[in-house]
Design a binder for this molecule. Structure first.
Ligand SMILES: [Zn+2]
Ligand SMILES: [Zn+2]
Length: 535
């Protein structure tokens, strides 16, 4: 059993636990274990057999028992039981049409409906309203959901979840990822895959991840995952694969702007036939771009300027984070732990920050010529002052500002507070400027145009935070900064060694904002990053 297969089963199990109303923490533990196993290099089935699987961080005795059962018998009995009990197919359909799991399962039982086709037939026959508690509004919602009309109330997946899910399904089906995931959208509502494999539709029917089929047409089928995420699968002739890939990658507006698409085996061939340069998927959002800019690449990144350690709420030490950054091929990393005002997690005061400085100096001796920068993620206090004394701020290599409390403040006060703080001479960057948490908290009321003006005046950079539920600045906001000539910093805000891997999410977001390497501060060497101090 491969690690990918084990991870897939654990994820399916987590999804079912979630449906069955298990606690948030156990669901999350299984999801994390699945992620961890997918990224582990050693064969996990061997570790399980050797009784060593708990050496992997985050695998407790409960998960170990399930893994042992899975490796020994090839299945998890409780997973099959749960599948019968919670009817994932109905739950998935419910999520697709905007009904909660219990309501959808009750509706399905009442109408004797189990599949999308049956639900559609019931809707067409006007039978939905016979069911208890289904009024004309709900009926409309169900019809719209089945027709996959976009609904603002549907929740999307964060990009990291969407990438993992799309990757797993692509592996099951032998297909390539297209759609919103290929365009690296910050929130993903639908997955799209393209393949030339003849047996792809049968594989889709058998997929443990895609639990219901919603639509079938020649060369195309749409399924839905247990999360209620539609999955479009296109099967193309080999000599039209490039055309199918462009179409399935979208966006629909972009594809329409290309006009009639010629038949082509590859994307490159298609663009050549159209007589225009190939366009990176990140830029295929709206109108046709005649000459896309040379976007920043992940390999252009020379260092990470925002990460945490065990000194605040990180899980790895200074040296572990620095060594991992060096292994990524970086030339530098900035340790930016929190300051006391953040409260919910430990923050470093002046004294602690100086002691951390000694640890950083020692790490620098061991890791030279790699450089570990003394940084901070300095809170802006309620009164607008910075959360560290000036003399300490002046000692640091890299000071970035963050607003953690007071995100709900009204626009003028908030903007004044943040821009005044940005004028402090030690400040180099503003972190996660809008404070949004995808699916949880809307952006704050900050006047971003004003922030960009001040950033330009003061030579302060703006961050594109790579945490998957932040991605802040987001694409369009990066574009505003880039157009104004403000430097962007692509950072991970890593709280663990693994977290450093979120750089690709940050870079993709910057690319969606048209950033070239020249627009991104941490594509430059350390001398330039440090030398850009103002006045
Ligand atoms: Zn923060
Ligand atoms: Zn942070």
């Amino acid at each position: 059993m491969t690690n990918a297969e084990i991870a897939q089963t654990l994820e399916a199990y987590a999804a079912l636990l979630d449906l069955a109303g298990a606690g948030h923490y156990s669901v999350r533990a299984y999801r994390r274990a699945a992620e961890l196993i997918r990224e582990t290099r050693a064969p996990v089935d061997e570790l399980v057999r050797a009784g060593r699987v708990r050496e992997l961080r985050g695998i407790g005795s409960g998960i170990e028992r399930r893994l042992a059962e899975l490796v020994e018998t090839g299945r998890i009995a409780e997973l099959e039981e749960l599948e019968r009990e919670v009817e994932p197919q109905l739950v998935a359909l419910g999520r697709l049409v905007g009904l909660g799991p219990q309501r959808m399962v009750a509706l399905g039982r009442e109408l004797g409906v189990r599949t999308a086709d049956e639900l559609r037939a019931a809707a067409a026959a006007g039978r939905l309203r016979e069911a208890k508690g289904i009024g004309p509004g709900t009926e409309r919602k169900i019809r719209a959901g089945l027709a996959r009309e976009p609904s603002r109330r549907r929740r999307g997946l964060t990009l990291n979840r969407a990438r993992a899910l799309a990757g797993a399904i692509a592996l099951e089906l032998g297909a390539d990822i297209a759609g919103e995931v290929r365009r690296w959208r910050d929130v993903v509502y639908e997955l799209a895959l393209v393949t030339t494999a003849d047996d792809a539709f049968e594989r889709l029917e058998r997929s443990p991840t895609v639990v219901a089929i919603v639509e079938r047409a020649p060369g195309r089928a749409v399924g839905v995952t247990v999360e209620g995420i539609p999955v479009e699968l296109v099967v193309a002739e080999p000599d039209a694969y490039g055309t199918a890939l462009v179409e399935a990658t979208g966006s629909p507006e972009y594809v329409a702007s290309l006009g009639v698409l010629p038949r082509a085996a590859t994307e490159e061939e298609l663009y050549a036939r159209l007589g225009i340069p190939w366009c990176p998927p990140e830029l295929r959002e709206s109108e046709l771009l005649r000459s896309p800019p040379p976007l920043v690449e992940i390999d252009d990144i020379r260092g990470d300027l925002h990460c945490h350690t065990t000194w605040s709420d990180g899980r790895a030490t200074v040296e572990e984070m620095a060594s991992a950054a060096r292994e990524l091929g970086y030339a530098y990393v900035a340790i930016c732990d929190h300051t006391p005002n953040v409260r919910v997690v430990p923050g470093l005061d002046a004294e602690a920050l100086r002691r951390q400085g000694e640890e950083i100096a020692a790490a620098n001796e061991r890791l030279a010529p790699f450089r570990v920068l003394r940084g901070t993620e300095c809170d802006i206090r309620a009164d607008g002052t910075l959360d560290l004394p000036d003399d300490v701020l002046a000692e640091l290599d890299w000071v970035q500002l963050s607003l953690h409390a007071g995100q709900r403040e009204e626009r003028d006060r908030l903007t004044r507070k943040v821009t005044e703080a940005m004028r402090h001479p030690a400040v180099r960057c503003l972190s996660h400027p809008t404070g949004r948490i995808i699916n949880h908290r809307p952006p704050n009321a900050l006047d971003l145009e004003r922030v960009i003006e001040v950033a330009l005046e003061e030579g302060v950079a703006l961050e594109t935070n790579g945490l998957p539920d932040r991605l802040d600045l987001r694409d369009e906001e990066v574009r505003l900064a880039v157009e104004a000539g403000v430097a962007v910093v692509c950072s991970t805000d890593a709280h663990s060694v693994r977290g450093l891997g979120n750089m690709r999410l940050s870079v993709a977001t910057a690319r969606r904002g048209w950033a070239t390497a020249a627009n991104v501060l941490n594509t430059r060497g350390l001398d330039e990053v440090l030398g850009l101090r103002r006045r």
